[in-house]
Design a protein around this ligand. Structure first.
Ligand SMILES: Cc1cc2nc3c(=O)[nH]c(=O)nc-3n(C[C@H](O)[C@H](O)[C@H](O)COP(=O)(O)OP(=O)(O)OC[C@H]3O[C@@H](n4cnc5c(N)ncnc54)[C@H](O)[C@@H]3O)c2cc1C
Length: 408
């Protein structure tokens, strides 16, 4: 019997998972991965600061879905087949155990992304997947029920095709897929930090808070979590989460907007009561020496500077006006954001192939039979914490499984 050819375009997380699943579940298929670079799995290598944040200990699917600003609905069908527990089991069964950190992020026990790369390479080898590097697919044609791939080298033929090319930052990079009849949602960056041109806040670089509330009133976004003051503005999980949920709106306003931070994550009334109590108890203390909650001293000095309060004033001398100013600065501290910076550890593209053009129970295109999609090429993206890889493993597994069973 002549074996059918399955070609996976893209040697990243999703492409490997699709190819390995397909080849290991059906030995009647010739499965190859085509990668334009000389190295495979290059994002896995650098991910999680070189440790690879493989997934998140978010086992329950309804909870898991809440971490995807785009793709939540479509992923329901995908995660019903392959979710976090399946990822953990998949790696365990191949000798890789994962450990969970306090915030739920899961890494290989070795703390090295090489462990994941070696595991995927070995699984590909064992299942007979052919790895073809330095081949870039330029054009995809459909001829006599088969795919003809025009590349920088020879033409390639495929009976089944999986597009797992990752997210493209520019719209024109989707053209070779659009020519097959698909559309693409405009790509915009997600997971970035906010630039704040306030030199005084830059001086607090390194100061962090465990649990603040961040709000962007103009786009009605509100998120909680840890925050880090940097020498260019604000970073940390709460900021990255906000950047992801508001990725498209913030792109539309050219990354110029107002942000409000509730540093203590208390209500306005609780903040007022806390300050009043402190000032009453320390009435003879200079305001500069007061310690409110766990606020670092240099941060407190910054608030006094912004409130224009003389640091040598005694607490007893703080009137209603000064109290109000401090309450507002703690409860609703506003900053003008002008621009964004790339987060060093993780960034993704929001946008790509719309999910309504894909059967999310199989990952097959609704426009072109035997064409499948997996990974970040789809209009799916998650917040930080291993959720983007989880989407890549899950969609990759489902695409590979669907081809293997269609052919079985
Ligand atoms: C620095 C960094 C760190 C990250 N860390 C984490 C993390 O710790 N946890 C997490 O969950 N997410 C992380 N992410 C996000 C995560 O890496 C991606 O969401 C994930 O890699 C997507 O997998 P993918 O297989 O869809 O795409 P990719 O990993 O991007 O793979 C796509 C592959 O396709 C190839 N390709 C593209 N076009 C063609 C073509 N025409 N012909 C041939 N080959 C082609 C590309 O060269 C690439 O190798 C990180 C991202 C970055 C940038």
């Amino acid at each position: 019997m002549i074996k059918k050819n399955v070609v996976v375009i893209g040697g990243g997380a999703a492409g490997f998972m699709a190819a390995i699943t397909c080849a290991s579940q059906n030995s009647d298929l010739n499965v190859s991965i085509i990668e334009r670079h000389s190295r495979f799995l290059s994002k896995v290598k650098v991910s999680g600061g070189g440790r690879c944040n493989v997934t998140n200990d978010c086992i329950a699917v309804p909870e898991l879905l809440k971490h995807y600003p785009r793709g939540e609905k479509g992923l329901l069908n995908v995660f019903a087949r392959f979710a976090v527990a399946d990822t953990i089991a998949w790696y365990n069964s191949r000798g890789v155990s994962l450990k969970t950190e306090a915030d739920g992020r899961m890494f290989p026990q070795s703390n090295s992304s090489d462990t994941i790369i070696e595991c995927l390479n070995e699984a590909a080898r064992n299942s007979g997947v052919k790895l073809c590097d330095s081949i870039s697919v330029k054009e995809i044609l459909t001829v006599d029920g088969k795919f003809l791939l025009k590349t920088n080298r020879n033409d390639l033929e495929a009976d089944y095709l999986v597009i797992a090319c990752g997210g493209f930052p520019k719209m024109e990079q989707y053209d070779f897929i659009k020519r097959l009849g698909h559309t693409a949602k405009e790509p915009v960056p997600s997971l970035f930090t906010f630039n704040i041109p306030d030199k005084e806040i830059h001086k607090l670089s390194g100061v962090s808070f465990k649990n603040v509330e961040v709000r962007i009133p103009s786009v009605r976004q509100k998120h909680q979590g840890a925050i880090l003051i940097t020498h260019w503005g604000l970073s940390g999980p709460a900021i990255l989460k906000t950047s992801a949920w508001a990725a498209r709106e913030l792109f539309d306003c050219n990354y110029e907007f107002e942000i409000c931070v509730n540093w203590l994550n208390l209500t306005e009334e609780q903040t007022r009561e806390l300050l009043k109590k402190e000032f009453l108890e320390k009435s003879k203390t200079k305001i500069t020496n007061v310690k409110i909650s766990n606020l670092p001293s240099n941060f407190w000095q910054y608030l006094l500077y912004r409130a224009n309060i003389f640091a040598e004033k005694l607490c007893a001398e703080i009137g209603k006006l000064d109290l109000n100013k401090l309450v507002q600065l703690l409860y609703r501290c506003t900053f003008e954001v002008k621009g964004k910076s790339t987060f060093k550890e993780e960034f993704v593209t929001a946008g790509g192939i719309p999910l309504n053009e894909v059967d999310m129970k199989t990952m097959q295109s609704k426009k072109v039979p035997r064409l499948f999609f997996a990974g970040e090429i789809l209009d799916i993206d998650g917040v930080t914490g291993g959720f983007n890889f989880q989407a890549a493993w899950s969609t990759g597994w489902l695409a590979g499984n669907s081809i293997a069973t269609q052919m079985g």
